[in-house]
Design a protein around this ligand. Structure first.
Ligand code: ADP
Ligand code: MG
Length: 388
């Protein structure tokens, strides 16, 4: 346990490379077995991997990470239908928004001629539009056009030396949501300058869990959780009637089973954690975060963990990334400026980790904070933490 497999910077929506090999093999094996089972029974989705206490659990790989669906029902067919629908929603978001897929809207946009308007799906348009609004509201900490910096730092990791000022300036000149041209009526997008690129890795999973949760609700599900790599959307309540419990991983001991910084108890809310303890790159033996401050051009390394509770998954995802960049003080101000948003921020200063909570965060903390083991609800081990 605890072996940190180095991940290349900016793997965006992809990312199995970051997973420890054994984990990946297990996922792969599970995927292959499930596929074989699927073929034999002719279903379009995976079968549940577990059923306990009125909850069905489904796991699969999507958006370059692990997804887990918890579906509160005693009807297996209903659970299967809801899981299929949720999975379809996530596959659709990935198919539209992964920058690794040249045929996706973002893949096409990133390869388009400068200034040329490209017709895109309304869903992609909505995420782009919301991203731009998060840029404005986060004082440019969250910026999906930061990607030339990802490219630069990836190059630096390969050659083993830090970027110089000229390189940083050249990359920063290509960044700015003013150069992402959106036409709402025509539903098109264009990148104004050659060399620009978009990366929705800090927001698309959150948007995906929202759509997946809606899809599950439309199938009649009243309670459940959609978790895509630590971006979670909680639907209704736990079968016991209480809120769903979500353990927040401790960035100092992220691989310790059953140990959490705190436990969130909530219903009908989204919870996202951004963390850099599983995803980082190295230059000269020093670790750097995969989240980059678009304003300075440098990796945002002071916030090992930022957990956001929000009414929707897209907001929780984008703000957790933004807080990683903004730091604790600005991050808390940011959170207070949004209705219904709370955060727990861990900031590193002079070698020690300090916890910062927004004014209403404690209301969501379960009495038994540090461990989820042996819960009355069946030891629900939902976790939100830095993605592998
Ligand atoms: P994940 O769920 O993939 O761990 P986070 O929500 O923590 O992601 O966001 C990190 C991802 O956001 C990075 O991998 C990258 O794709 C993207 N990103 C990095 N820096 C920024 C930034 N300043 N603004 C917007 N997105 C960013
Ligand atoms: Mg995010």
């Amino acid at each position: 346990m605890g072996s940190h497999i180095k991940r290349r910077i900016g793997d965006g929506l992809k990312g199995s490379a970051s997973r420890p090999v054994w984990r990946y093999s297990i996922s792969l094996a599970v995927a292959l077995i499930s596929f074989a089972v699927l073929m034999s029974c002719g279903r379009s989705g995976k079968r549940p991997v577990a059923c306990d206490d009125g909850k069905y659990i489904f796991r699969f790989v999507v958006m370059g990470t692990e997804a887990e669906l918890t579906i509160a029902t005693t009807d297996r067919d209903e659970a299967q239908r809801a899981a299929d629908a949720a999975r379809q929603a996530l596959d659709r978001v990935n198919g539209l928004m992964s920058d690794y897929n040249p045929a996706s809207d973002i893949g096409r946009l990133n390869r388009s001629e400068p200034g040329k308007a490209l017709a895109i799906d309304r869903a992609t348009f909505d995420v782009l539009k919301n991203s731009v609004s998060f840029t404005a509201r986060t004082d440019n900490a969250f910026d999906i056009t930061y990607t030339p910096l990802r490219r630069l730092w990836r190059k630096c990791a390969e050659r083993g030396s830090l970027p110089d000022e000229a390189e940083l300036a050249a990359a920063r000149a290509l960044i700015g949501t003013d150069k992402l041209l959106l036409d709402e009526t025509a539903c098109t997008a264009a990148l104004a300058a050659a060399g620009m690129e978009i990366d929705l890795g800090g927001i698309a999973k959150g948007y995906g869990v929202d759509l997946a949760a809606d899809a599950m609700r439309r199938c009649g599900i009243k309670g459940g959780i959609v978790n895509v790599g630590g971006n979670m959307r909680l639907i209704g309540a736990n079968p016991s009637g209480a809120g769903w419990r979500v353990g927040v991983l401790d960035p100092e001991r992220p691989d310790e089973q059953g140990h959490f910084l705190t436990t969130i108890e909530a219903r009908d809310a989204a919870v996202s954690t951004s963390g850099n303890y599983h995803r980082f790159f190295e230059i000269g033996g020093r670790r750097y975060s995969h989240i980059i401050d678009p304003r300075t051009g440098r990796p945002a390394d002071n916030v090992p963990s930022a957990t956001v509770i929000a009414p929707d998954g897209m907001t929780a995802d984008a703000l957790s990334t933004a807080i990683s960049v903004a730091g604790a003080k600005k991050g808390l101000e940011l959170v207070e400026s949004f209705d219904g948003v709370e955060a727990l921020i861990i900031e590193k200063s002079e070698g020690t980790m300090k916890e910062y909570r927004s004014s209403g965060f404690a209301k969501f903390e379960a009495a038994e904070k540090k461990t989820l083991a042996h819960q009355a609800d069946g030891g629900n081990e939902n976790m939100s933490g830095g993605k592998r």
